[in-house]
Design a protein around this ligand. Structure first.
Ligand code: GCU
Length: 128
């Protein structure tokens, strides 16, 4: 079955805004988190059956510096300080994929900026 797409603009945004001022996003826009450590998005996703899924985060980082994030599932760390390196510019998006072992049902995936620069711009999360 194809991955299910969760748009960033539908996630819970701790601090930041939905924006449309750069190109090539999916859906109605993307999320520009505050430039602050601890800024997060919380995505609510569904796993139809228990198993290993690929979670693909689409992001843009038009700066020279990495924008690392901690990734948690239901509050447990699955990737700490995960690298979201520079993309060519803010209109250019890249995918970062990590495997997640999920039980059947609803889960919360939180992506939290670890540096004062905040998160990269986030477009969507594909789970499949
Ligand atoms: C620029 C850019 C934003 C981005 C921000 C940042 O302002 O236009 O889309 O979110 O830089 O540094 O995070």
């Amino acid at each position: 079955t194809p991955p299910v797409r969760y748009e960033a603009e539908n996630a819970v945004i701790s601090s930041g805004a939905v924006a449309t001022n750069h190109l090539n996003y999916s859906g109605a826009g993307f999320v520009d988190t505050a430039n602050a450590a601890g800024a997060y998005l919380e995505w609510t996703v569904n796993a139809p059956t228990a198993g290993t899924y690929n979670a693909t985060l689409r992001y843009a980082n038009g700066t020279a510096a990495d924008r690392p994030m901690d990734i948690t599932v239901d509050g447990s760390a699955v990737s700490s300080g995960r690298s979201f390196p520079a993309t060519a510019d803010w209109d250019t998006w890249a995918n970062s994929t990590l495997p997640l072992s999920l039980g059947a049902g609803t889960h919360t995936i939180r992506t939290t900026a670890t540096t004062a620069n905040g998160a990269p711009n986030l477009d969507h999360l594909d789970l499949g």
